[in-house]
Design a protein around this ligand. Structure first.
Ligand code: KG4
Ligand code: ZN
Length: 337
């Protein structure tokens, strides 16, 4: 039997991406990132939609070409239905509907956050494939969750952020340090040579497996404000120490809750997903937990941030389980788990 070929399409935020998956192997994964948002310090939804419109046709054509696959060979088109920015999602969804109508290729709707988790099952995503059930710490610009993954189609959210997401905490802290958007990777970079103990910020006290980052954000803001009053060059002079201390605080909040989740569920197989899983400190602290017997799986950098390869992978699981969308399908900014 021939391997299933899935064309994946992702347009939930500010990256237009298309990928071709054959079996569990990625043949192409084209990503057009939108640098236009940098100057605004965050994603401007209207501009994102416009850029998706410009990019989607060339990106999909390039993905098929790089994979050496003709549209006729594609078994299904998997697309991000939500969650995300409505205008952005609508471009990918409408494009998929038109392509499906013109070619008769079936469509499979994909949940963006579930796709981040299922990216682990791409052949070259990680050396160690997680075994079910496992826990996933899903950390992106819009989400921070602990998910119990029973199988590819059945997941349960055990904990959620009650305010900002971890990526948002990184990005907002970076903005306070006058770093461009998205600031997470820059905080990571400067933290490499900084002292994690140079500054102490307040720690949240949140029940259960939920997260909160707003108190930390205020604490960082006040520290910077007070110090800048004393020394106008404070930020530039202490940039690396500030980055290391901020990163340490955010990662400690994440680690404390995932440790609690492992204790409560007895599940020691832990994976990370989403843009913030590219963070080096989080990766290091998780890998250290293997000394305590945890089985830890960390995806390749290219599958951490938004990409269509993960959409194709998630789409393949759903396609094989018989999931299809018809022409009445529409994008949803908020999509239930
Ligand atoms: O999953 P993603 O690409 O997009 C969303 O669906 O949100 O995540 C983007 C987030 C941004 O907040 C970005 O700052 C953060 O991931 N990020 C990082 C790193 N790389 C990306 N945060 C901390 N350290 C990194 N190395
Ligand atoms: Zn994402």
């Amino acid at each position: 039997m021939k391997d299933t070929i899935i064309l994946g399409i992702e347009s939930s935020c500010d990256d237009t991406s298309a990928a071709v998956l054959r079996g569990n192997e990625i043949l192409s994964n084209v990503i057009a990132s939108q640098s236009i948002h940098e100057q605004f310090g965050g994603v401007v939804p209207e501009l994102a939609s416009r850029a998706h419109q410009e990019n989607i046709v060339p990106v999909v054509s390039m993905a098929l070409k790089e994979a050496g696959i003709r549209l006729n060979d594609v078994d299904a088109i998997a697309f991000t239905q939500g969650p995300g920015l409505l205008g952005s999602l609508t471009i990918g969804t409408s494009f998929t509907k038109a392509l499906s109508l013109a070619t008769g290729i079936p469509m499979v709707p994909v949940h963006h956050m579930k796709a981040h988790i299922l990216a682990h099952f791409i052949d070259d995503a990680s050396d160690l494939k997680p075994s079910f059930p496992f826990l996933c710490l899903t950390v992106s610009g819009g989400h921070t969750q602990i998910v119990r993954v029973n199988d590819p189609l059945h997941m349960e959210v055990l904990g959620n952020t009650i305010d900002d997401a971890a990526g948002e905490a990184f990005d907002k802290a970076a903005k306070m340090l006058n770093l461009p958007y998205p600031g997470g990777p820059l905080i990571d970079k400067y933290a490499q040579t900084g002292n994690t103990q140079a500054f102490q910020f307040s720690k949240p006290r949140i029940e259960g497996l939920n997260f909160s980052f707003s108190g930390l954000k205020t604490s960082i803001l006040y520290t910077i404000r007070d110090q800048v009053k004393l020394d106008p060059n404070f930020i530039e002079e202490h940039r690396n120490d500030l980055c290391a201390s901020i990163q340490n605080s955010i990662v400690s909040i994440l680690m404390e809750k995932i440790e609690k989740a492992v204790k409560e569920t007895g599940i020691e197989c832990v994976v990370i997903a989403g843009g913030v899983s590219a963070n080096s400190e989080l990766r290091k602290r998780l890998i250290k937990k293997t000394e305590d017997g945890w089985q830890v799986s960390i995806p390749k950098f290219s599958y951490c941030t938004d990409n269509a390869a993960m959409i194709a992978m998630a789409g393949k699981f759903s396609f094989e389980a018989g999931v299809r969308a018809d022409q009445s399908v529409y994008a949803q900014a908020r999509l239930e788990w």
